[in-house]
Design a protein around this ligand. Structure first.
Ligand code: 4AD
Ligand code: MG
Length: 430
């Protein structure tokens, strides 16, 4: 019977075969402990010299790290390991030997590991982070489907720039100029007018020369957009959604969280509703905390965000930013034109902004004026203006950055470990 490590609990006391790799091993004269991995998990295989053919024990002693193998043996309960099961190995067949595997159990520097990202992904820690990433994606589809949203896929090659023109990857689209999508939002607005409540999930690109632990050049975003939703309705969706993914990760990724030594008590507390603070109040708070380098009208840097986040043990919405700091499509507060009906959601523990969202301008002439004021090419936004021409309605939406969310829930320091093949400043390999 061929099984995976993930299925081991169903085969206690039965003889099974598993195809996998040798992650690590140690042995003495009489016994060898093989750390097996097969993609679905990690499990110990125990080879007792007295119980197996001579050749099997010799192979167990000599097999090199990351050699691929078939192991056959009996699954047993193992109370001491976090996984809970091990295999008493009867037979070990080497499929392909791995010679001089570069990533050894000793510590390696980050650049070395990043150069070997294609192999680094096999490690227990990276495996755990990818499990959490997968669970967030799964829970995202679950949440939005339960709430009656339709998944819509916006294009990657576009002629428009929702988030400002300075960070675009330009390319040729035959004879035309095109850009890699910074955000699917504008297309999602069109989709919301067709389908009501929609969400997207896809890669987005920012030619941003930022070298921080929160910035990737290519990152994945979840972008919901809802017709007839206003500022408050939008925040409710966000806090319910984020609470749902946190709960799902806690419920379904216990082993991964343990591997990463994540302090889950901090995550257990995360439940809607989330606290809200206006930009004005945030500035006052920062002044009180001794940040003299920031004034009304300035954008927050990460030390500011972290200071604000640290005064709550929940994600916090910072709302009503100055209009001048935000993109052209955001709805000004009708009572106060100098701020917009937007919110950024700041994660706890210094992970920074995980969501940016707002109510959108639905008035034709206001939007037309903003496009002109921001120096955007009117021709490229003609279709977007049409949404305000033919039955315009108030609507809102947001974008959640997947990698920052994975970093927060996994408790890993840098977003480079949260995506299989990170695209960073100066890194396109592997
Ligand atoms: O705040 P941003 O730029 O908002 C938008 O793109 C909107 N159009 C979304 C919408 O309303 N549909 O980006 C949204 C989120 C950020 O909060 C952050 O989590 C993530 O995307 N993000 C990045 N993640 C990693 N690397 C980068 N360079 C990122 N830039 C933004
Ligand atoms: Mg933002």
């Amino acid at each position: 019977m061929k099984i995976t490590i993930h299925e081991a609990s169903q085969y206690v006391d039965q003889e099974v075969t598993i195809g996998g790799w040798i992650a690590n091993k140690r042995s003495s004269g009489k016994i060898a402990f093989l750390q097996l991995r097969d993609g679905t998990g990690f499990m110990q295989g125990v080879v007792v010299k007295a119980d197996v053919a001579e050749e099997v024990f010799a192979n167990a002693k000599s097999v090199s790290q990351e050699s691929s193998v078939f192991v056959t043996g009996v699954i047993q309960k193992d109370e001491r390991s976090p996984f809970g099961y091990e295999m008493l190995v009867h037979n070990l067949e080497i499929i392909s030997e791995s010679v001089d595997y570069p990533i050894t159990p000793k510590a390696h520097g980050t650049e070395f590991l990043m150069d070997h990202r294609h192999l680094w992904l096999r490690s227990k820690r990276q495996h755990a982070v990818m499990q959490i990433r997968n669970e967030i994606i799964r829970a995202t589809y679950e949440f939005f489907n339960q709430e009656g949203f339709v998944k819509v896929d916006p294009p990657i090659l576009t002629g428009s720039a929702p988030e400002g023109t300075t960070e675009l990857f330009a390319t040729k689209y035959f004879d035309e100029d095109a850009y890699l999508s910074q955000s699917g939002q504008l297309y999602m607005e069109a989709a919301a007018m067709a389908l009501g409540k929609v969400f997207s999930f896809g890669p987005t690109f920012r030619a941003e020369k930022s070298k921080t632990r929160r910035h990737l050049i290519e990152f994945w975003m979840i972008e919901p957009e809802m017709a007839f939703y206003q500022f408050d309705d939008n925040l409710k969706v966000q806090e319910e959604y984020v609470s749902h993914i946190v709960r799902s990760v806690l419920e379904n990724c216990g082993l991964a969280l343990k591997t990463l030594e994540r302090d889950t008590a901090k995550l257990e507390k995360i439940k809607a509703p989330f606290p809200r603070i206006t930009y004005d109040k945030a500035i006052e708070f920062l002044h009180k905390e001794g940040f003299t380098d920031i004034e009304w009208g300035d954008d927050f840097g990460s030390p500011h965000e972290t200071a604000i986040a640290e005064s709550f043990d929940m994600p916090v919405f910072i709302t009503h930013y100055p209009t001048s700091l935000k993109p052209f499509y955001m709805q000004p507060d009708p009572e106060r034109q100098e701020v917009v009906l937007c919110a950024d959601l700041i994660a706890p523990e210094g992970y920074g902004e995980i969501i940016g969202g707002s109510e959108r301008i639905h008035d034709y002439s206001k939007l037309e004026a903003n496009i002109a004021e921001h120096g955007l090419d009117e021709e490229a936004y003609k279709w977007y203006m049409d949404l305000r021409k033919y039955g315009s309605v108030p609507h809102s939406g947001f974008g959640l950055g997947l990698e920052r969310t994975v970093a927060w829930l996994s408790g890993v320091e840098h977003v480079r470990e949260t995506i299989p093949f990170p695209r960073l400043l100066n890194r396109l390999y592997p």
